[in-house]
Design a protein around this ligand. Sequence first.
Ligand code: AMP
Length: 289
Amino acid sequence: MDILRSIEASRAACAEFTARGTVGLVPTMGALHDGHLSLVKAARSQNDFVVATVFVNPLQFGQGEDLQNYPRAEAEDAQRLKEGGVDLTLFLNADEMYTSTNVTRITQGELGTALEGAARPGHFDGVLTVVCKLFHITTPARAYFGQKDFQQTVVVRRMVSDLNMPVEIVVCPTCRDPDGLALSSRNAYLSPVERTEGLALIASLLEVQRQFTGGKRTSAALEAAMREVLSQKLTKSPDYAAIIRPTNFSRPLNVEVGDVAVVAAPVGSTRLLDNHVLGDKLGPFSNSL
Ligand code: AMP
């Protein structure tokens, strides 16, 4: 596996790949876990070349968020990506990605300001801007994102469609620990007690799925059931616990198969998020790739 750090060298290497076949791109912020590796595995199976990026994107962190403390593990990440069959990893740096004259941003109005965007103003402008830049640097045929960050998958797909970007977005299922906790680099911040508290999120999703399967369709009742589970298990109030229509994040009065239960909550010093597409299978869990 090659490793490159400059944009110019990365562009040249990816141009060579695209001249010879398809590139699958896996964008990450590093501190890799099996969830990231599942994206690599999907990319490996569908493309001639796999390019991974590791870049802690300052633009998507708000003031007072964990940019400085975000876990970094470059050597371990490189090893895991190599073992996963990645051809080229780009460790890009913020000074080159955002020079002092770099002012252009991608923004998405209403979609980018709902839910996570409301809790983290400007977050999705940062995400979309860096994803757009990464697409231009690596020219992928396909790019791989996790269902775990559900809203991100929707806003990225919308950007690709709105701006006619020639890339297919592939969304991979959420990888979980055996007890159901969604894998996240930020789980490293959790103490054992907080980790147990974090299971509230999956418990609320299991409950909403159980009631949905039992025939309950009223959004208010299903959301109340989620909040009830969360209030029993969490120390702090959730940022949101809602059922939304995935196309536009509206809140349906009556819930249908394919609507998405989304939840985000502060646990200890971090924030956890999770989601579940109603009607899909949820558990029993396994973190095998
Ligand atoms: P991050 O490094 O947190 O920016 O994540 C990079 C990519 O990995 C994003 O597309 C995430 O949605 C995806 N990802 C993160 N956690 C998981 C998980 N538990 N299962 C599947 N994909 C994930």
